[in-house]
Design a protein around this ligand. Structure first.
Ligand code: DQA
Length: 143
């Protein structure tokens, strides 16, 4: 199956961006390890990143009938975007939400995510390992 891995705003700068919070791994590192793990699990991981809400909505719409599951870190848009939630509601497969940091330990405005209402699972605070956990969980849900 094909799995869409979506990363939202500012995650293109992972590695440089507040490394004390987000760690030293780059987005390329995450994509490489998810692609390798996917190959092990028999899942074809397609990774995309955008800083633009509408672009993310377009990709989620295009995944309908094409991808078996979606792993998404909506980044700051988690806390604001009803549009991403609504797009995910039209996708038929499992959705896993990933946050690198523990959003519940941070500012109040990060405690709520609109996307969580559509996610089978939410992973927060496991660093970049969270993406691999999400992929393994999707494999289980699809089996
Ligand atoms: C994040 C947490 C969000 O609050 C923040 O805006 C991000 C990244 C995380 O992965 O920990 O950009 O989603």
């Amino acid at each position: 199956g094909k799995i869409l891995l979506i990363n939202g705003p500012n995650l293109n700068l992972l590695g440089q961006r507040q490394p004390e919070i987000y760690g030293s791994e780059t987005l390329d590192d995450i994509v490489a390890s998810c692609t390798a793990l996917g190959a092990e699990l028999g899942l074809d991981v397609h990774a995309r990143q955008s800083n633009h809400e509408g672009v993310l909505v377009d990709w989620i719409q295009e995944a309908r009938g094409v991808a078996a599951g979606i792993i998404i870190n909506p980044a700051a848009l988690s806390h604001t975007s009803v549009a991403i939630l609504d797009a995910l509601k039209m996708f038929e497969g499992p959705v896993m939400e990933v946050h690198i940091s523990n959003i519940h330990k941070r500012e109040r405005f990060r405690h709520h995510s609109y996307v969580s209402a559509r996610a089978e699972g939410v992973i927060a605070g496991f660093g970049t390992d969270g993406y691999g956990f999400a992929l393994r969980r999707i494999k289980t849900l699809l089996a």
